[in-house]
Design a binder for this molecule. Sequence first.
Ligand SMILES: [Cu+2]
Length: 306
Amino acid sequence: MNRLVIAAAIASSLLVIPGCYTPTSEASLNESSEVEGMESNHAEAMMGDGHHQHHQQHHPDSHSEHSGEGHGEPQNATLAKLSVPSAIAANQPVALGIEIQDSSGNPVSEFDIVHEKPMHLIVVSDDLQFFSHLHPTQNEAGQFQVENIFPSGGNYTLFADYKPTGDTQRVSTLKTTVAGNPSLPGEMTLTRSQTLGNTEVGLMLPSEEISAGEPLTIAFHLEDTQTQTPVTDLQPYLGELGHLVIVKQSDSPTEADYIHAHPMPNQNPGHIEFMTQFPEPGNYKMWGEFNRNGEMIAAEFWVTVQ
Ligand SMILES: [Cu+2]
């Protein structure tokens, strides 16, 4: 049996030319140490300038977390360090600590509130079967802390989305490994409708023939299963009528594989449109998140991009 690999440290420095993704990634594995508790292992992630990529790929009307600042000169990178317990088991709450550092290694503790939170943390299993959207809180030293339950063994990618005060918005990718057997391989279905509780969520694409680099509207249509009419009780969730997170299928996703989009303004009831584009050909998983009168709905769909 292999030793437990607790945390994989990845330092991926991204200098992204739109449409031409050339990551240079050095990954090293921190093997299990005997040290107990937090901070025995660190996974580090260097955030280069990935936002420029997303920024330029989004339609100007697309209300995307990646738009806004970020034009022009590359910024100094920030670094995210993940602290996890020395052994992570599936199906148990795991304390995650995330420290953001500037390019000189000094801790960064001041963050702007974006969509009501100083950090949004998206956790996915590398097979994209598991998705969780968390909001770490800061301790007195400015470090972010949150608990997550990993459902099974295997490799996980964490996208930390944050904006240091006075800096551009950043996405840092963190990696960790959970002991135990991975879940059974999931099927990549191209179903376009999903029922979650009393809500049927339909996905509407302009066409199933989607080309990389092409702006498109992705619509979610939410109907009440009882009345068969569009839902009228959507509430804002983190300041928006919905959030769309998209991750490209890959052996080990990076920030270049991550998209977080927000709805276009002036939506009809139960019909939420997002404008985005897919950077490269491949398979993508999308999670549309909505708040139906306090009940959170996360509908998931796969799309294939040519
Ligand atoms: Cu969030």
